[in-house]
Every structure is written in C-alpha cells, then in structure tokens.
Ligand binder design. Sequence first.
Ligand SMILES: Cc1cc2nc3c(=O)[nH]c(=O)nc-3n(C[C@H](O)[C@H](O)[C@H](O)COP(=O)(O)OP(=O)(O)OC[C@H]3O[C@@H](n4cnc5c(N)ncnc54)[C@H](O)[C@@H]3O)c2cc1C
Length: 377
Amino acid sequence: MQKGAVPVEGARFLDYHDGSLLYMRKIDERESAMQSTDGPCVAHRADYHATLHEEATRLGCEIQLGCEVQDVNFDQASVILNDGSVIAGDVVVAADGLWSTLRDKILGQLSPPLPTGDLAYRMTLPADALSTIADQNVQELLRPNLSTVWLGPDRHCVLYPIRNRSQWNLVLIPDNLPDNVRTQAATMEEMKQCFEGWDPRLQKLMATGDAVMSWKLLHCEELKTWSKGRCVLIGDACHPSLPYQAQGAAMALEDGITLGTLLGSLNESQHPAVCGADRRAQCILELLLVFESVRKPRTSLNQKGSQSNQYWYQASTPEDMERRNKVFRSADGWGKCEWKGADFEYQRELLGYDARKHALETYEGWEKQARAVDCNL
Ligand SMILES: Cc1cc2nc3c(=O)[nH]c(=O)nc-3n(C[C@H](O)[C@H](O)[C@H](O)COP(=O)(O)OP(=O)(O)OC[C@H]3O[C@@H](n4cnc5c(N)ncnc54)[C@H](O)[C@@H]3O)c2cc1C
C-alpha cells in the first residue's frame, strides 16, 4: 500500500464517557507471531482505489467507466450493458458490491441486503484545523499514529489518520437512518446529539467538521451459491459484513487474489488434462466452485466476527457494558479472550492468512486430481 497510507502503531479502545483506556492493541511481536506480513496501515478509500487502479493499469487491464451492467448471459460468459452493448470473456466476475445486480440473477431471486440496526456517520477532518484546538489533551490524543475507538452504550466511534496524516477519518456509529435510504448528507447537529455526553475530546474533534455523510450498514446471510455458469460473485456482492473488524475490503482483495491465482494457474498450465480447448470451459466451471469452497469459510469467519463485535462495541445494558469493560481491561492479546479482538488464535487466523499461498496449494491439489481423472479415461 502506498499513496498516503499511514502505518499505525496499534489501536486503543477507550471508555466513551471519560476516555479512560479499556484496551491497547500494540503492533509488536504479536504481529510476527501471527505471521502477518506487514503491520496494518490505514488509508483513504480514494487513495486505496488509486493504488489498485495503478496496478491494474500496469498489468494491462483496460478500464471502461460509466458502463452499467444490466444483465448477464451465464453460458456465454457475457454481460449486457445499459447501452445494449455486449462484452464477452472467459469468466464474468461480478464485483458489484452490496447492492449487486448480478447476485439476484445468480441466485434466481431477489436478495436485498438486510438491515443490521446500525448506520455510520463519516467525516474527514483536516489536520490543520485539528492542530488549532487549544486543548493539550486533544493534541496528545492526535500525536501517535494510533487508531482510537470509543466504546459506548449502543454506539461506538473510530478515529484514525489518513493521507500522510494530513487528514483524520472520524466514523461514528449509531442507528437512525430511515428505511430504503443507503446514504444521505447528514446534519452536524443530529450527529452531535447522538454523541452528547461523550469524551469532551471527541466533542472538540467533531466541532471542527463542517460536513458529514451517513451510510446505512447492511449485510447478507451466507449465500447458497456464489456462481452460475461462468459468472462468479466476489467481495461485498457475496459476503458484505458490518465494518467492525475493518476487513471487508481486505476480504474482497483476498477474493481477487484467490480467483486470480486459480484461473491464472489454469491459464499457465501446459498439461493436456486441463489446457485443451475442449476442457477449458469445464475447468473454469470447476475452479469457480473450488474458489467458493476456499473463500466461504473465511469470509463467514469475518462476517461472524464483525457481528460479534457489534455486541462488544455497542453493549446496550449497564450489565453488558460492565462485562465488556472488564473483559477489555483484563485482556493482553496473547491468550484466549471472549472478545475475539484480543484472542490471539482468532487474530492469527484472521490476519496471518496468506491468500496466494493457499490458492496455489489448492490449485496444485485440483490439477493433480484432474490429471488422475484424465489418466483413467
Ligand atoms: C462505514 C464503512 C466503513 C468501512 N470500513 C472498512 C475498513 O476500515 N476496512 C475494510 O477492509 N473495509 C471497510 N468497509 C467495507 C468495504 O468498504 C467493503 O467491504 C468494500 O468496499 C467491498 O468492495 P467491493 O469491491 O466488493 O464493493 P464496492 O466497494 O461496493 O464496489 C462495487 C462497485 O461496483 C459498482 N457497481 C454496482 N453495480 C454495478 C453495475 N450494475 N454495473 C457496473 N458497476 C456496478 C459500484 O458503483 C462500485 O464501484 C467499510 C464499509 C463501510 C460502509
């Protein structure tokens, strides 16, 4: 990751009211014990897109903007655009997000995402404006490259630096967006009301903002299938989750790595059992099923983890809040923990995963089997 991404030293979790520390997750020897390749970075969405765009262009992808896909032909692996034109290929990869058009077509039924009861207010705050806040406590909060998470009753809030620390992203999560609305400009007033009585430093940070958007947070239950013919879903189109593990985009990227590695390996293979023109379409169909079987357990792990964080981050009753605070305060991140965010084995499974290695091993296993079947014919 380049382009203004900020490597973070960790994440601290604070009590919503007095800002006291509940849990500090430091990026230290734990990361290498998890075999996570690099420490985490935080980045502006547009910078992340720019990095992906640059790499895709370097690899020779041709990108056409303003093309809305309206329909798909599963047998011919082609899509029909809104101007009536048709684009065909070996495979249709539907990375069309939470409100996916092709998901309905693959499943053969409507599949609207389900409400989770939460929404997100999102705003970016210029570091210049924040540096003028005359409060030593606020300035100390902003000094280290840390993500900060305030945990309250029924809501939580996340702050982290982006764009080489020239901006800070503030995401506040309660629930009051009307049904049938995906995003809308929100008023600063309504957002501030939602967080009245929270840490005074948060109030001062919010006061520097002048515009805020609200996003409804939705998800889907695990889908019965991700593909039909040579058309396959990836990313939020097939496994949207609450963003409470900050792994949705990471999962979409892992999908891309896995699918690219499986199909790329097929493309490069010289073995007649898999590379003959007559076998190609069948091999692609098989590999799309292999892709789903590799990815589903992992993306469901993320979906369930994010859902369970909804309980911990937004504990509703005084009893649940007390329990939450006790669990967070006593966690050290090395052992087992009721809260998965501090459970070492869970974190290692989530963050220490090598998608490319797993996909290469899976491909080798699949091709070996295909060769064996070919020998027996
Ligand atoms: C508030 C919030 C905070 C989040 N924070 C994090 C985080 O910290 N870390 C993280 O990893 N993830 C985070 N996520 C999740 C992350 O944004 C998603 O998981 C990720 O964007 C999914 O990528 P995608 O490519 O599958 O879908 P999207 O990013 O939704 O992209 C889908 C694309 O398809 C296009 N499209 C849709 N329909 C059609 C059509 N018919 N024809 C042509 N194009 C079409 C859309 O215009 C869009 O460009 C967050 C999400 C939210 C809502």
